[in-house]
Write a protein that binds this ligand. Structure first.
Ligand code: SF4
Length: 460
């Protein structure tokens, strides 16, 4: 029987705390290397046609009109809207180069535009971009595809949502983070309730099937009381999905975060209290905890997919359509096929340079070995379904589960003693206590992390 209870244990969470990977892929982007380039990526894209899998397209629009101080995304902050034109020209070239390598019959079941801020583009440019994709790819009809776009409510013109809906999008993800004005000022993202709730209402009227709201806890000046008020507002608005990420303060890595005063950040105890409150309030309000900071109303497709065992996860996060080859376009976008992952150039100059020279703008990537695919499957099972069936792995992958994962099972026994997992008859079951620590459980199966930990130990 499906069990989605979450048990909050503050002492355990702080003991296991750490900024581990979110496992939208395995291997993670940390393992990408420049040894994988454009030629390799072309070969993998052509080979992927043999699998006859559907396609998932991702398009990255890097521009933002303003910087949010918490942001860790790859973006270009500019007031010059004219920059979008040159970018679209390059995107067009990339779309042609990639589509030429793929079987035109393959259906695009998932499409996502992220950023940056996709609606930095004008309404006419948004239409133009969707037109470019429609000319080169076989886009699924509205009722069957999962076509989503990230929306900054501050960057919507009167008709933008209508243009996106007419263009084929049926889902949106609204960036909010916090409704409290003081917190908004401290992170330089001032966005009124009217802007956010107005966008949500309009999206509903236009027939978007699912609306996601992004929140963030651990931001400066946040308190349990202030975040409780944010949750009141969001619960009343009742978006189908919610992502509630924990802010990771890494100012040495992400320059905008240097403008956040560390003394304004909630302490570790307050962060945990905010997290506990979030889980309690949302589950009591009818949201299912999907895992890894995600919640969905129990009748949403994502929640149903988790209950019936078909939920998946890819670079876009949890999905009901992730069993597809991912074609990433735009600066820093990642593509994923069964043979390997490739990431585009991260700087705009390098991206333009490669496309001007007529080649795919690939900067780095990783080739997948059999062990990578096996571990990716294991992590997917744990992260989506909170369980791992060793007998199924033996039957499908031809391994001896207990021998292959002897080290991992030994480490899992420590977690079993802490009540995070149950181990019985080749089954690993994540308990309600272990759900909020799922990334730690998955990390045990990450061979790259283990290798680098060994290398560090050898250097000490
Ligand atoms: S959070 Fe979004 S809108 Fe803000 S700077 Fe980052 S990418 Fe741009």
């Amino acid at each position: 029987m499906f069990d989605n209870r979450v048990e909050f244990d503050a002492a355990l969470i702080s003991r296991y705390d750490g900024n581990g990977p979110r496992y939208t892929s395995y291997p993670t982007a940390m393992e990408f290397s420049p040894a994988v380039g454009a030629e390799q990526c072309r070969t993998w894209l052509r080979q992927s046609n043999q699998g006859h899998r559907p396609l998932s397209l991702y398009v990255h629009v890097p521009f933002c009109a303003h910087v949010c101080y918490f942001c860790a995304c790859n973006k270009v902050v500019t007031a010059d809207r004219g920059r979008a034109e040159a970018y679209l020209e390059s995107l067009q070239r990339e779309i042609h180069l990639r589509a030429a390598l793929l079987d035109p019959e393959r259906r695009v079941e998932q499409l996502h535009w992220g950023g940056g801020t996709p609606t930095f583009l004008s309404d006419a440019q948004l239409r133009q971009l969707m037109g470019m994709l429609g000319e080169s790819f076989n886009l699924a009809p509205d009722d069957s595809g999962e076509f989503s776009v990230e929306i900054d409510p501050r960057e919507l013109r009167e008709n933008t949502l209508a243009v996106l809906r007419e263009s084929g999008f049926n889902r949106i993800s609204l960036g909010v983070q916090d409704f409290n004005p003081e917190v908004q000022r401290a992170v330089h993202r001032v966005q009124s309730d009217t802007q956010t709730l107005g966008a949500l209402r309009q999206a509903r009227e236009l027939g978007f099937r699912s609306i996601n709201v992004d929140l963030m806890y651990g931001l400066p000046l946040q308190t349990v009381e202030s975040f409780s008020a944010t949750l009141d507002t969001v619960i009343e608005a009742r978006p189908e999905r919610l992502s509630v990420f924990g802010y990771a303060h890494l100012p040495e890595r992400f320059r905008p975060q240097r403008r956040i005063h560390s003394e304004d950040l909630p302490d570790a105890r307050s962060r945990l209290e905010i997290l506990a409150l979030t889980v309690d309030r949302l589950t009591a309000a009818g949201y299912q905890y999907i895992g890894m900071d995600h919640f969905a109303l129990v009748d949403d497709e994502l929640a149903k997919a988790q209950r019936n065992g078909t939920l998946q996860r890819n670079f876009q996060g949890y999905s009901t359509h992730a069993d597809a080859d991912l074609i990433g376009m735009g600066v820093s976008a990642i593509s994923a096929t069964a043979a390997g992952f490739c990431q585009n150039q991260v700087s705009l100059d390098a991206y333009y340079h490669d496309l001007d020279a007529g080649r795919l703008p690939v900067a780095r990537g990783v080739s997948l070995r059999q062990d990578d695919r096996l571990r990716a499957f294991v992590i997917q099972q744990l992260i989506c379904h909170n369980r791992l069936d060793g007998a199924r792995l033996e039957a499908e992958q031809g391994i001896r589960f207990e021998a292959y994962f002897a080290t991992e099972l030994e480490q899992l026994r420590v977690m079993q003693a802490d009540g995070l997992v149950e181990l019985e008859q080749q089954q690993v079951l994540v308990t309600p206590r272990g759900r909020l620590l799922i990334r730690n459980i998955c990390a045990l199966f990450d061979a790259y992390r283990r290798r680098s930990a060994r290398a560090c130990a050898a250097m000490i």
